[in-house]
Ligand binder design. Structure first.
Ligand SMILES: *Cc1c(COP(=O)(O)O)cnc(C)c1O
Length: 220
């Protein structure tokens, strides 16, 4: 892992270059280092290299790894980038600083109650099923206005929209659509772009890119 700092520097440079091309500022783009499946020993070098925001896709894994890492690195933040079951809402509110996968009414209800109980308002992105793929998580585009209204009524801070475009095809139109939907609803945040396409996403307006493989190498 001696090259963690090198990889982080490269990804940051790529983000800065893509931002410059698009006439944006690199500071307006948040890099989330997606550390799912990687051990605390693999994560620590990135923390030491200055990375502060990490992404996990499972509540249990985050609970196991992060309390100790956070003790050593109090400025670290952990975002949930994977699907969330309603019965884990309390645990998710306790362990995460931000949730990118709010996508259905039952989860709005569960998270609203969990945040009230914990007296902690965790900022959320609404995940949109941008490619109309039934098997993936995400709110149907047609249901988005109602879900946003419901989340606001439940006092859940909605900071933006998130998407994972369909695999294997050009992501640009999907990023552009998410950008437009966010604008239509007056939302600042656009969580889009992963290792294979984060530079394109930055050019199209991503405010948060979720990068795993390009920082940590391939997962088992
Ligand atoms: C795993 C994951 C990522 C990171 O993917 P890489 O291709 O490894 O960069 C980003 N977003 C979500 C929702 C993920 O599950």
């Amino acid at each position: 892992m001696e090259n963690a700092a090198t990889k982080l520097g490269q990804v940051r440079e790529n983000i800065a270059r893509a931002a410059r091309i698009a006439g944006r500022k690199a500071e307006d783009i948040t890099l989330i280092a997606v550390s799912k499946t990687h051990s605390a020993e693999e994560i620590e070098p990135l923390l030491l290299a200055g990375q502060r925001i990490f992404g996990e896709n499972r509540v249990q894994e985050a609970q196991a790894k992060w309390p100790e890492l956070r003790e050593r690195h109090p400025a670290a933040q952990v975002h949930l980038v994977g699907q969330l079951q309603s019965n884990k809402a309390d645990d998710a509110v306790a362990v995460f600083d931000c949730i990118h996968s709010l996508d259905r009414p039952s989860l709005v209800t569960a998270l609203g109650k969990a945040m009230a109980r914990a007296d902690k308002r965790v900022p959320c992105f609404i995940q949109v099923d941008i490619g109309e793929e039934d098997q993936k998580g995400g709110c149907a585009i047609a249901d988005l206005p109602d879900l946003i209204a419901m989340a606001r009524a439940a006092e859940i801070p909605i900071i933006g929209l998130m998407c994972v475009p369909p695999a294997g095809i050009e992501p640009t139109p999907f990023f552009a659509l998410l950008d437009k939907l966010a604008s239509d609803h007056g939302l600042e945040g656009r969580s889009m772009g992963m290792s294979s396409d984060y530079e394109i996403a930055v050019q199209i307006g991503a405010t948060h890119v979720r990068v795993g493989t390009a920082l940590f190498g391939t997962r088992d």
